[in-house]
Structure formats: C-alpha cells, structure tokens
Design a binder for this molecule. Structure first.
Ligand SMILES: Cc1ncc(COP(=O)(O)O)c(C=O)c1O
Length: 429
C-alpha cells in the first residue's frame, strides 16, 4: 500500500479490518501453568500465608523470587499497587508537615497515598521522557520536602539517576512507582532498584498479573521491617511468623493488605514469564519506532534496550494534528478488540493526568478535614494542582497519541501498525 493513498476516513481503503489484541500484557501469556498453581493451593486448603492445613509458603517464596529478580535485598507481597504505595509512604514515616514531589503524569493512587498520610503532594513538571524533570524537581524542593515519588509510566524509566542524585544531595527519600514498569531496566538496573523503596502492581493491565496484587522492594532492613509491619498487623514478625513486640521503631498501625497464597502461586508463574512478556512488547515497540524514524517524533526513552514496551507515545506538531491523527489511525483499523481504548489522545487518558483528577484539583480530603487544612501543612496550603501547573507536560499531552503495545502482536500486526502510521503521517503531518 502506498503511503499517499487516500485515508480511510476520507473514503480510502483501510490498512486492516481485523482489530488488534487488547493490551492485557500478562493475560495473553496465561496457560495451564497458572491453572495448575492455583489448583495446587486449593488442594492444600491452605490459602493464608502464615498457617493452614498444609502451608505451601507461596507468598514467602514469591517475595524471595521477586526481590532476586529486581536485585534488591527484600520484598513484601501486598494485595494491590495502591496499598503498596500506602505502605511505602507509611514505612518512610511521611506525614503532616511533609511535602512529597510527584509527577503530573501518574495514576491517581500515586497522589492518594501521599494525601492519606496527611502529607502534601507537590507537582513537578516533566521533560521529554514524560517523567519527572530533575531540574524542575530541584526548583520545587523546600525545607518541608521529605521524599520524591517518581512514576515510571508505560514501562519507561526517565532520568532516574539524576533524580536519585538530587535526592541524596538534599537528604530526601526516593519512592519508585513501578506499577507500569515491572521488568523494565535502565542500563542494566531494574525499575525499583534505584530508590529507597519501589512498588509494583499485578492488576490485570500490568506486565505480569494475578488480577490484583502488588509488591514493595527495598534494600534497607529497617524499611523492610516497617513496611512488613504496616502491611500486616502493625508489628514485624520473626522467621517463624511470630509477632515482635519489643522494638518501638517498628510498632505502627497495620492496614491489613497481605497477599493470599492463591494470588502468590499465580504471580510466581507470571513472574517466570515476565521477561518474555516485556521482551515481546519491547521488540514490537522498537521495531515500530525504527521503521518510523525521521517520519514521526516519539517519547524520549533514555535506554530503549530496557524499555518495558507497553505504550508508544507519538508527539504531533499541534493539538489539531494529533486529534486528526487518532481519528485517521482508527479509520485505518488501528483499533483494539472489544472496546479496548487505544489509540487514544493523551488528554483523554483519565486519572493518569493530574488535571483530570478532580479530587486533587479541588483538594478533597478523605475525611471532613483535608490535609491542606491541617495546621502542620499551613505553609503548603496554597499549592495548586490546576491545569497549567506543569506547562511542559500540558503541552506534550495536548499533542500526543498513545498506542498500547499488546504482548502478543504478530509480525503482520506490527507491519500494519507501521503502514498505518506512515500513511496517516503523510496525510496529517
Ligand atoms: C502508576 C500506577 N501506580 C499505582 C497503581 C495502582 O495499582 P493497583 O491497581 O494494583 O492498585 C497503578 C494501577 O493502575 C498505576 O498505573
């Protein structure tokens, strides 16, 4: 097909008529192994991590295997990424009077974890990686700043080394939200191994899944004990699973977000497939980018060899062109099966974008008193979250198109995506 052919939305022939697969990365790789793992736990009638009729110790084993895969000393299995974020914030002792730097391209739970602890999130603009800009972060540091919470969106790690160096200079903690970047690396270091704490999600959209689930990783034994205590009953446990009561520095309030043996058994199988899943997405994404080099502009990825691969972000010159680009791609048959959302204009990417999170923009609390009203946060009370707070991100979002890269694209699917992008670029750009 010639790139100069008439667009399908103008009456031309579409590049393809068969929808692309949906984006559920880990789901496409499920097979008998997950079923066997779950059945084994059911047969043991031992679904709880600490005891049962015939404990299989799946959660404890997953924690060891996950820590080893990320390259950290410790891991705590948790029942969601949202809860893992909350545990991370509690483990670091973040609370009223503290500010935490967060990016504007995030998931709403990222800001929520900070707010539920009584601290104040402070938005930081991005660079062309769509991740937090280290220079912009430096400008937002105040005497109240306690931590930097970076989010590796869509499998891409931004300028993390510079962020960690900045944090170290100012004695700040770094949390990495790796919910969307499980298995991603930068120059050989895994997402989650750069900061003080990394968190992951195993929800169904994520690189590996158990439907719901999460993980927290750290190299710090004290943070590990605190995180373990918070995720459980508020106290750490010894090797035998007995609660430890004699260390006040790890006596907290537990939020009861443990992982079940069923989830862990499933997640262990998926962990074994993680490299294959991310490898498939990375390969497809990098082939598409390479074929379109010089034709279109993509998100900056500091280390494409470590890209998690799940999203392709294409920046168009103007908002009008980007809206037309999405419409034309859809017309060419670049649509996901059964109501999958992509391709999508990034403005419409819901609670991933700070100004779409009306609870943040309108400074809602989770009880009658919001963190912005606390006396300890008086100095941070005027911080704004309205559109315009992150001008570079706002500009990028207004003209960027997102395509999810399914983990089971065939060579023909990849070829059709390239053809459609070329055809639409020739007509729209
Ligand atoms: C960046 C990010 N952080 C945190 C989460 C929360 O994870 P979960 O859905 O497991 O609670 C998500 C999930 O979508 C996410 O994308």
């Amino acid at each position: 097909m010639s790139v100069n052919e008439k667009l399908a939305i103008e009456g031309g022939t579409p590049v393809r008529t068969k929808p692309l697969p949906q984006e559920w990365c880990g789901v496409h790789h499920m097979d008998e192994q997950e079923i066997e793992a779950v059945v084994r736990i059911c047969k043991s009638r031992s679904l709880f991590r600490y005891y049962g009729l015939d404990p299989q110790k799946e959660v404890a084993t997953l924690e060891k295997e996950f820590a080893a895969s990320v390259g950290t000393q410790y891991a705590v299995a948790i029942n969601s990424g949202t809860a893992a974020l909350q545990v991370a914030v509690c483990a670091l002792g973040i609370g009223p009077g503290d500010e935490v730097l967060i990016p504007g391209y995030f998931w709403v739970a990222t800001a929520g974890a900070v707010l539920r602890s009584g601290a104040i999130p402070v938005l930081v603009d991005c660079d062309n990686t769509f991740s937090m800009d280290p220079l912009a972060a430096a400008r937002k540091i105040t005497p109240r700043t306690k931590a930097i919470l970076v989010v590796h969106m869509g499998g891409v790690i931004g300028h993390i080394t510079e962020i960690v160096a900045l944090a170290r200079r100012h004695n700040l903690q770094v949390i990495e939200d790796c919910a969307q970047a499980n298995g991603a690396t930068q120059h050989g270091v895994k997402a989650g191994a750069f900061g003080d704490i990394g968190i992951f999600s195993f929800q169904t959209n994520k690189h590996m899944t158990s439907g719901e689930g999460g993980m927290l990783v750290t190299n710090d034994p004290h943070l590990h004990r605190r995180a373990f205590a918070v995720h459980d009953l508020g106290f750490p446990r010894n090797e035998a699973g007995r609660l430890i009561f004699d260390d006040p520095s790890v006596q907290l309030w537990g939020i009861g977000c443990r992982m079940s043996e069923l989830t862990a058994a499933f997640a262990r199988v998926q962990l074994g497939k993680l490299d294959r899943i991310t490898g498939a997405m990375r390969s497809a994404k990098n082939r598409i980018k390479k074929a379109l080099e010089g034709v279109l502009t993509f998100r900056e990825v500091p280390d494409p060899e470590g890209d998690g691969g799940s999203f392709l972000l294409t920046m168009l010159p103007t908002r009008e062109k980007s809206l037309r680009f999405v419409e034309a791609l859809r017309g060419e048959g670049i649509v996901a099966d059964r109501g999958g959302f992509y391709p999508i204009h990034m403005d419409q990417w819901g609670l991933h974008i700070y100004y779409n999170a009306t609870n943040l923009v309108n400074k809602r609390g989770i009880s009658a008193i919001s963190p912005w009203q606390l006396a300890e946060n008086r100095a941070s009370a005027d911080i704004s979250y309205a559109k315009g707070t992150c001008p570079h991100l706002d500009d990028l979002l207004s003209r960027t198109v997102l395509l999810c890269i399914a983990s089971n694209l065939t060579d023909d699917d990849v070829a059709d995506i390239i053809t459609a992008y070329r055809k639409v670029a020739a007509a729209v750009c």
